[in-house]
Design a protein around this ligand. Structure first.
Ligand SMILES: [Zn+2]
Length: 415
């Protein structure tokens, strides 16, 4: 299938001459703090996003309340934290080919972060979320705008879905993702480009867990032997689960510990939190079984109790023939415009994992080029929107052609 390079070159030129507007749009989103647990900021950023979307005359734009996220207090108590609303916009829901454009409003920078403002140097922006993934949201909107200018675009219905809790695992938004997977033929995600400019192929899966250990307090000087140290038990558990790293393809990281109190008291409380990465669902099941085993072993030979809580996971994203086809479309479309967007497998994960596991073939890192994400060096190059948006448009066109030839009488997916 030949790349429609006249159309993509035209779009590239059009966007290339409009970089000031795009820069303003990214800045408008990034200058609002929308850290994952800052619902007011997330909602304000969502409102700005809805204003940008209004330009596209969607049939409907909604701000959707999602369930609060589970968080653990310093003493292990389970709390709920509001994550703000997701934004979902739809157009042409009865069109024969349905595409879900997805990204997120939230960032890793909390309301009290010192990294708040956006600075600009030419087309380079530095600021929280400019690459991950507010620049990507703006890029996606330009692709949607383009669809209204071409004939074939009328056969494409879309949903634009920006979640409010992606950076903390999307646990509150799983229902929205499942619904999106069921109602679309293709998913396009606007997470930032990989450092090479490429897109993610396979992605590892992730599992998060917490352990709350209870021991018995006693006076260190007078009755040390009567105490049962929760910290010591936690340390043993950590050693046991970190040893799981010996298995190829499995990563276990103890990311946070807390516990204890006054130093003359045997600590009766400790909490550990873990993040695991796996390449296959077999490995995921194995890691979870090993954690359960370690927990019950520890339980059996000490007088401390250890409560293991699973706190969300993303399944591994495995390359299927459909995903490989999309990745090769991306590569061909980029090549026709004179640059490279290679596919690379990565250990990071995102909503593309969940959508793929729910049956929606997708490419998830079509967003803006930049770097330093999740750090105060985060930057994005707005000029890359002019390169990458045409590639995305071409990927949609090719997928539409394939869809129409495979299923000439296909109805729109039920909504
Ligand atoms: Zn992201």
């Amino acid at each position: 299938m030949a790349v429609n390079d006249v159309a993509t070159t035209e779009l590239k030129l059009r966007l290339g001459s409009d970089l000031d507007r795009l820069t303003d749009a990214v800045t408008a989103l990034a200058e609002v703090n929308s850290g994952s647990y800052n619902p007011d900021g997330v909602n304000r950023c969502g409102e700005r996003l809805a204003e940008l979307l209004a330009d596209l005359n969607p049939d409907r734009t909604e701000a959707i309340d999602v369930a609060p996220a589970l968080v653990f207090g310093p003493d292990g108590q389970r709390n709920e934290a509001s994550v703000g609303r997701a934004v979902r916009s739809t157009k042409r829901p009865d069109a024969p080919f349905q595409v879900c454009f997805f990204g997120h409003v939230d960032t890793v920078f909390p309301a009290e972060s010192s990294f708040q403002s956006v600075s600009r140097d030419g087309t380079m922006l530095r600021g929280p979320g400019v690459a991950d993934c507010k620049g990507g949201l703006v890029l996606a909107i330009e692709v949607l705008r383009y669809l209204d200018t071409v004939d074939w675009g009328q056969q494409v219905g879309w949903q634009f879905l920006a979640l409010s809790d992606e950076e903390i695992g999307s646990a509150s938004s799983l229902g929205l993702l499942d619904e999106a997977a069921a109602n679309h033929h293709l998913g396009l995600g606007f997470e930032p480009a990989l450092p090479s400019g490429g897109v993610a192929g396979a992605r590892k899966g992730t599992v998060t867990a917490h352990t709350i250990v209870s021991g018995k307090a006693s006076h260190v000087g007078r009755a040390h032997h009567e105490g049962r140290s929760a910290i010591l038990a936690l340390a043993r558990f950590i050693q046991r689960v970190e040893a799981l790293n010996e298995r190829e393809g499995v990563t276990v990281s103890t990311g946070r510990i807390s516990g204890g109190g006054p130093l003359n008291v045997v600590p009766d409380f400790a909490i550990g939190s873990y993040n695991m990465r796996v390449e296959t669902t077999e490995d995921r099941d194995w890691v979870k079984a090993e954690f359960e085993k370690a927990a019950s072993e520890l339980q059996a030979d000490s007088e401390t109790t250890l409560a293991l809580t699973w706190a969300g996971e993303r399944p591994p994203k495995v390359r299927t023939s459909e995903i490989d086809q999309l990745l090769s479309d991306v590569g061909a479309a980029a090549e026709a415009l004179g640059f490279a967007m290679p596919a690379e497998d990565t250990g990071g994960c995102c909503d593309g994992n969940n959508l793929a596991a729910a049956g929606l073939p997708n490419v998830d890192s079509l967003g803006i080029a930049g770097g330093g994400i999740h750090s105060s060096d985060e930057f994005a190059d707005v000029a890359s929107i002019a390169d990458r948006a045409p590639v995305v448009a071409e990927v949609v066109r090719r997928a539409l052609i394939r869809h129409s030839s495979e299923r000439p009488d296909a109805e729109g997916k039920p909504r």
